[in-house]
Design a protein around this ligand. Structure first.
Ligand code: AMP
Length: 146
């Protein structure tokens, strides 16, 4: 998986800002050996729910609700910062459409569900490949625990 980063050094940014963006990019380089990259390469198995050109969905190995599925882009994106800045339009569309399709496959479209993305340190992101969680199959309680 090749990552192409946008050109943050264009003259729309002040040079200080562009240095800051460059530093952040270096901090969050894509790790080709993260667990979801290995799943995408077929090196480790997953319990697949859905796959198309842009996305893969599979059951979470440690479910936190009766239904708990992960939806990931096939492209190498660390997190939402990376994806929103660098993914192609069709990859973004593909991921969002897949979320709705997977909810349908899981049978939770009518009953309701929660899609959630942990991003970075404060978000508690453990796997550095962008993923959405889909939770459902039961009442999910409040949005976040404090
Ligand atoms: P996050 O905290 O959002 O990064 O969540 C990562 C999620 O990936 C957790 O819910 C894990 O249970 C899940 N996970 C880790 N390894 C695997 C795996 N091999 N197959 C399926 N889910 C996994």
């Amino acid at each position: 998986y090749e990552i192409t980063y946008g050109d943050w050094s264009s003259d729309v940014c002040s040079s200080d800002l562009s240095q800051e963006f460059k530093r952040k990019k270096i901090e969050r380089m894509y790790d080709q050996n993260n667990i979801f990259a290995k799943i995408l390469r077929g090196e480790i198995p997953c319990d697949k729910i859905y796959e198309d050109k842009y996305t893969l969905a599979f059951k979470d190995i440690n479910p936190q609700a009766k239904v708990h599925v992960l939806v990931i882009p096939k492209g190498a994106y660390v997190d939402m910062n990376d994806f929103s800045a660098n993914a192609k339009s069709e990859e973004i569309e593909g991921l969002i459409r897949a979320l709705g399709k997977v909810a349908g496959i899981l049978g939770v479209s009518a009953s309701g569900y929660r899609y959630l993305g942990n991003n970075g340190r404060d978000g508690g992101q453990e796997v550095p490949h962008l993923h959405f969680h889909i939770f459902g199959g039961e009442k999910l309680g409040r949005m976040i625990h404090k």
